[in-house]
Every structure is written in C-alpha cells, then in structure tokens.
Design a protein around this ligand. Sequence first.
Ligand code: EPZ
Length: 441
Amino acid sequence: MEKIVINGTKPLKGELYVTGAKNAALGILPAAILADSPSVIDNVPDISDIQHYITMLRKLGAGVRFENHRLTIDPRSIRPENIRNIDEEVKSMRASYYLYGALLTLFKKVTMPLPGGCNLGDRPIDQHVKAFNALGVDIDKEKISKEETNPIFDGHCDKLTGADIYFDLPSVGATINALLASVKAEGVTMLYNAAKEPHVVDVANFLVAMGARITGAGTDTIKIRGVESLNGCEYSVVADQICIGTYMIAAAATEGDVTVKGIIPEHLDSVTAKLREMGNDITSGDDWIRVVGKRPLKGVTVRTKPYPGFPTDLQQPMGVLMCLADEDSEIYETIFTDRFQYTEQLIKMGADIRVHRTKEMDGEQKEIDAARSATFRGVGKLKGAEILSNDLRAGAAMVIAGLAAEGQTIVSGIEHIERGYEDIVGSFRALGADIKKVDFN
Ligand code: EPZ
C-alpha cells in the first residue's frame, strides 16, 4: 500500500500553476453529453474522480479521449440502455449525481443509485429532488428514503418544463443539477438562492459556450431560457480555487514563500483575508497570489459559509495552520455536520483541539448530533507521526501537517487525496519539500 512520507520542516519556496477545478470539471463532463456534437475541454485535472467519470461516460456510450489535460468527448453514441452499466462508479463518488440532470434532459428517464463521496456527515439530495419535481419530473420518493438499504434515484417525465425554483440552501450540487435539467426545458427557469461558487459559474459558462441561454450565474438568482439544441464547443476549465487555497495555507504553515500563478485571485478573497489576519504577508496581481509565511501567527475565528464566504473545503487545512499559532482559534463548520474527524490525527502530532459535540440546552450540556465547532489551542508546533487521511480535504490537511511538523510523518489513505489533487507529492517536492510516495507492501 502506498503512503506519503514527509520529513519536515522545510519552508516551501517557488511558484506553481494549479490544474483546472475538480468541482467544475465534474459538472462540465456531464454537461458535455447534452451537445449534438463533440466538445474539447482543456485544463482538466488528471485525478481519479475524473478517471471514474470518463469510465462512466464511456460505459454510457460516449467516445472520450484524455491526454495532457485535454479531454475530447463525443456524446452521440450514448444510449439509455447503457445506464444500468455504471452503478458501481455512481456509488464511488458524489458528482455522479449530475448524471441525473443530464440524463433526464437526454432521455426524460433515469434510474441510478444514489451517489457516494466523502463522509462529511449527512448529505441528502432533497434540494435536487425539489428542482427536478418543479421541472415536471416524477421521482419515486420511497426508493430514495434513508430506510432503503440500496436507495435508487428513479425519475421520469414526459417533458421538462421551465419553473421557478427556490432553494432552501445554496446547494452547489443542486444548482448545477438544476442547470443541467433546465437548459433544454420548455420555457424559462428561475433559480433563487442559487450557489455562487466559482465552479458553479464555470459549469454555467461552459453551457453558454454550448449555446445555452443562462444569465445570472455567480449571483443568487440564475435565469435559464430553454433552447432546442446545444452544440459541442472548446473550453478551458477555471483554475481550482480549493487547490490554490491548499497551497497558500501550506506556504503559511511552513513559513515559506510561494506564488500560485494562472489564477483568479478574487476567488480566494476569504482565504487571503484570514491568512493576513493571522499575520502572513500576502500580495497579488492580475493572475497570481504570493504568500510569505510569518511567525508568530495570531489566533482567528473561521466560519465556513457558501461562496464568497470561507470555503468548507479549506476548513481542514486551516485547522492545521491554527495549531501552529501562538494564540487559540475557533472554527465554526456551518456547511457539513461532521467535518472535524481529522482533528484526531492532528492530536497524535501534539495538537490540542476540542471538538464541541455538546450544546447548552435547558441549563445543561447536551450531546448534539453534529460537530459544528472546534477550538484549536495555539501550541505553536507539531511533531511528526503516522496519520490517516479520513477524506479528500482531510488528506490534504494531513500532508500540510507533515510539511510543517518537526520530524517524519507518514500519511496513509492517500487514495482519498488523489481523488482531488493531481500529483500533490510532485508539486510540493518542486517547492522544496522532503516528500515522497513509498510502497509499504
Ligand atoms: C460540493 O458538494 C462539493 N463537491 C464539495 O466538495 C463541497 O464541500 C460542497 O459542494 C460545498 O461547497 C463537488 O462539487 C463534487 P452542497 P455538494 O450541495 O454539492 C446540504 C470536495 O472536497 N444539502 O453545496 O454535495 C449538504 O448536506 C468536496 O471537493 C442538503 O441538505 O455540496 C451540505 O450540508 C467535498 N440537501 C450542504 O447542503 C441537498 O439536496 C452543502 O451541500 C443538497 C445539499
């Protein structure tokens, strides 16, 4: 089994380009099958989630070529009878559920398992169902109930008709699924309280490049005018906001000096603000951000919020940096119900973290069913240990902890990391880290 072995602490120095955004590409690939002709998509990250998606699209009948970050997809041979062939891949990742919206647009009927994905607590799909129902899709609610041992998404409609959809929360996945199901619907669809993440905007921009009529992406109100057909196009995926933030935090954690290039700095405004608040030196230009890590680090409070708030996907890396401060910090995780499992691994490295699983109710502390906040004592340093990656972003946090720790750190569960980071070992080694992948069989 391969593990990542890191000898800290070496300050990261240099500059790097990050790949296209995983969470944009995972919406763009299913969007591409709505076209009547092939598309060419550049800057696609070479990560296992993308490879899984390519496998699903090929099993559906699409022709897909992928090399040097360029993906060519010809959707013209996709057939509905092939949908039953992708159950295993669907269950292996979260973004497979974008095929619900795309296949409803193509075939007006889809029967598939519910998606898998990182274990971050409860991850229902009620907002997706709400959008599909509004567009005229009948969904068998019994089959997707929690009680079902093998829940199945079974939806069908005679046609998709534009509607007003008000999301109860700005769900990234439900917003993208609603775009995929409404771009060829009859009439106008309005999405209210829509997600505004950069990757949501990128999927909308790709659909517009295919000929869709979408306005308002990036705001909380998106208007979609249904069109008769969509054409293949050429597109380049936006730089990955979460990867950029990961490398920025790693630079701060190792007192390094790193410039991330080829990016949209504004996408990282909340991260830049917090890193500055802690005392790091950050400058930026049109398409780059430079982070110079400083000491001592001050304590801060981070509340994860939908974009443009602090991204929940950078909460775990930020927790590592907080341990290196001289003051205490707080994290309030408002998006997911259980995204603090990684703190147990940091405690093995000398961290002092209290995850609050109780709440004052009726004058006494009561156990609650979610871990919504944690206190990170500013212990100032970490020491190397053998640690585990609980999920994708927790894995990135473990690597950052190893880079910042004194001594050797061995990180296992690296298959989680490889779902979302292309060559994380090579990228950090190029910045001067003593890091390598070792096969421990
Ligand atoms: C996307 O997940 C990302 N995944 C996640 O990134 C990211 O953490 C998340 O958005 C929030 O930004 C992909 O894009 C593939 P949501 P998604 O729907 O779409 C609740 C990573 O590391 N909710 O915005 O599942 C949900 O339970 C991954 O790249 C409902 O209640 O996120 C969660 O608490 C991890 N009902 C919150 O909303 C619904 O119908 C946000 O979920 C949908 C969501």
